[in-house]
Design a protein around this ligand. Sequence first.
Ligand code: URA
Length: 214
Amino acid sequence: MKHPRVHLLPQNNQLKALMSIIRSKDTARGDFIFYSDRVIRLLVEEGLNHLPVVPKDVITPMNEKYEGVAFQGRICGVSIMRAGESMEQGLRDVCTGVRIGKVLIQRDEATAQPKLYYSKLPADISDRWVLLLDPMLATGGSASKCIEVLHESGVKEDRILFINLICSPEGVKRMLDLFPKLQFVTAEIDEGMDDRKFIVPGLGDFGDRYFGTS
Ligand code: URA
């Protein structure tokens, strides 16, 4: 899928090797965490590429001018609990002191709709760029509810970068239709979903594998 707002990581052999490890059902938890963290780091670095910069010249120790840039504006992370919390450290490793909000959304059994159970966001979130963290985009139910919560807190859609490892094509389409200015940063887009709404080929339940709860 090619779309100007969907930024795929470079599809090179390094990424393919990392994804092969985390997708394998034979990978033990320690390796799953280690190699997922490596992909998360690549995703966060790629996400930063899509933030605005302003020109900024510096003088090198050679007393020569380097025509550089500086990031414009401040960022924060928002993780969709529980699996999104696995991506927080990757963001902290790259952006020291970054503020990170959390949102807990679960399916309401009575209505079958995603329901907000908890959210705690930085007070000044409406002035920030938001890196929204969730490793797997399946139906887009939780993610779209989360973006509504961010809207209600004053975050503009075009300031949200949704960062995930694997998307279903249905999830990406739904999110692009609902939120025309949202940007995605993802490692791979898969074939689809099974009847339990797991991504296929996928990697199973990311949260269970990362946190050891399967
Ligand atoms: N969440 C997961 O962890 N895995 C999927 O396949 C879909 C949603």
